[in-house]
Design a protein. Structure first.
Lengths: 269, 257
């Protein structure tokens, strides 16, 4: 584990063309800065895994980074559609996008299985829905003790897991408070990991309802203040709801999006 | 937006009466797993009117949120800072929801069918080439499976009320009697469907949705004409209580917050 590395170096070292990459953060602590660095380094053919693709994957999909998306809810929360995601699915722009979709509970359990070193885990869910017809990663099995039929979901073990957090100490222990989503599970399920943080501090003094993820789950910590904008980091800045609303217009047509991508991502060093 | 209904003295929009009647489905002190969109508006309205002790649960992890304004997303910061507890997502779905602790799930969707099955995934017959790609499942399938009861709220029109949904995202009563039991769905399923025209409830036998009440000024024929299948109608169709001035004021204040 090292905390003395730039985001540019961390992405270059950890993320390769063709990798399965999960950038997580459930509304809170979404690692936008890391995604923009992946876009700038022009990674291609990634399988992107995330419960809620959100703006972060809409941008990566529109930038041509993805060949496949594994997800469970693909909207702009409270606003409407993810337009680059839809353009990729409906019109193969800028490249065709294969999709695999689940429920939130299914995705969460797939990460739990991955973090637990299990090939799959079981849950109640999916039964009677159309979801299992469209993925190979859900099956139904009988409980060996009661005979009850339950859903089995295959583990997800991303090549790279990337999350944002509020703080790390100099040893690389990570501290998160507020909505923790699946941050812990995705770090433990992934082969390689990067955590971007608002700040690196000498000591992680307690915060209300915090969790600390020990450094052994983390390869690289990068200090990137504001690295979750326009999502938020509780205690640092609020969710930029105006930016989420404005994205609907920016992403509506390809030329407008492409201009945004150049100005706000590609031309920034 | 919707057009106004009723006389000048009782002017409210169709969306407003839907939200207000929707809020009345929530009882004080119960726990409610709140879906994104209209359900969040309705649940927050109930907490500001007749159900101050409603326990709001959001899939991002907060349990017992008391937001001062309407959140845009299901993970806004205030949902966490005002909550009784904030749990990780696997704990939320596995322990609290699947474990059977949640009284009501409150959902909406793009399509609903005669057995209360919901679609929020695609419109069209070909999954690989849909006419419209919708956001997808989110927390809804397990909310529909495991909450003790489910309330559904959505605008009533022929595009939304279809004989069979194009994609079953969340199960209501499947294809009728016995379906939920056969598939191990432990919750009670959709007990109330609230629309901008009235209220539908499942038949106690096979679960097929039945019109039980209309909003003031709405005729049964209006509801039939807005439903793509021959909708069952209860022998006695009630009329919902009109919004009170207090309910309207609370809703409008909430929407502008």
């Amino acid at each position: 584990m090292t905390t003395a590395i730039s985001l540019n170096q961390a992405i270059a070292a950890q993320v390769h063309d063709g990798d399965t990459v999960a950038l997580e953060g459930f509304t809170h602590l979404i690692p936008f800065a890391a995604a923009h660095e992946i876009i700038r380094q022009r990674r291609r053919d990634l399988t992107l895994v995330r419960m809620t693709p959100d703006l972060i994957y809409d941008q990566m999909i529109g930038a041509g980074c993805a060949k496949k998306l594994v997800f469970s809810w693909g909207g702009n929360p409270g606003v409407g559609s993810l337009r680059r995601f839809r353009d990729a699915i409906e019109n193969s722009w800028p490249v065709p996008l294969e999709i695999e979709e689940h429920s939130h509970a299914g995705m969460a359990n797939r990460y739990v299985a991955g973090a637990s070193g299990m090939p799959f885990t079981v849950m109640k869910g999916y039964a009677g829905t159309s979801l299992p017809d469209n993925t190979k990663n859900v099956a139904f099995i009988d409980c060996p003790f009661t005979g009850e039929t339950v859903a089995a979901v295959a583990a997800i073990n991303p090549d790279v897991g990337i999350v944002h957090a509020q703080r790390a100490d100099r040893e690389g222990n990570i501290q998160i408070w507020g909505i923790a989503g699946v941050q812990r599970e995705v770090l433990l399920a992934s082969t390689r990991t990067i955590v971007t943080v608002e700040e690196v501090v000498d000591e992680l003094d307690p915060r209300p309802r915090d969790i600390v993820i020990p450094a052994m789950a983390v390869d690289f910590v990068c200090e990137v203040p504001g690295g979750a904008r326009p999502s938020y980091a509780l205690g640092y800045y609020e969710r930029d709801n105006e930016a989420y609303r404005a994205w609907d217009g920016i992403s509506r047509d390809r030329s407008h999006f492409t201009a945004w991508l150049s100005e706000k991502v590609l031309d920034i060093t | 937006m919707s057009e106004s209904t009723g006389t000048a003295a009782e002017a409210w929009t169709a969306d407003e009466i839907m939200s207000i009647v929707g809020s009345r489905a929530l009882r004080d002190g119960m726990s409610c797993f709140v879906g994104i969109g209209i359900p969040s508006t309705v649940a927050n309205l109930a907490r500001r009117t007749h159900a101050p002790n409603l326990v709001l649960i959001y899939e991002s992890g907060p349990i017992g949120s008391k937001p001062s304004h309407l959140p845009l997303s299901i993970g806004d910061g205030e949902l966490a800072t005002t909550a009784d507890a904030v749990v990780a997502v696997p704990e939320m779905f596995n322990y609290w929801l699947q474990g059977g602790h949640v009284d009501m799930g409150y959902l909406t969707a793009a399509q609903i069918d005669r057995f209360g099955n919901l679609n929020s995934t695609i419109v069209g017959s070909d999954y690989g080439a849909p006419d419209v790609r919708l956001p997808g499942a989110g927390g809804a399938p397990e909310i529909a499976a495991s909450c003790r009861e489910v309330t559904i709220i959505m605008r009533h029109n022929v595009r939304a009320f279809v004989p069979e949904v194009d994609f079953v995202t969340s199960v209501g009563f499947g294809d009728g009697a016995g379906f939920r039991k056969k598939h191990g769905l432990t919750g009670g399923g959709p007990q109330t469907v609230i629309t901008d025209l009235g209220i539908l409830r499942p038949d106690s036998g096979d679960g097929e949705l039945t019109l039980t009440a209309v909003h003031p000024g709405v005729k049964t024929e209006d509801v039939l004409a807005s439903t793509q299948w021959p909708l069952r109608v209860a022998r006695e169709v009630g009329v919902t209580e009109p919004p009170t001035p207090g309910e309207l004021e609370a809703l409008r204040a909430l929407k502008s917050s």
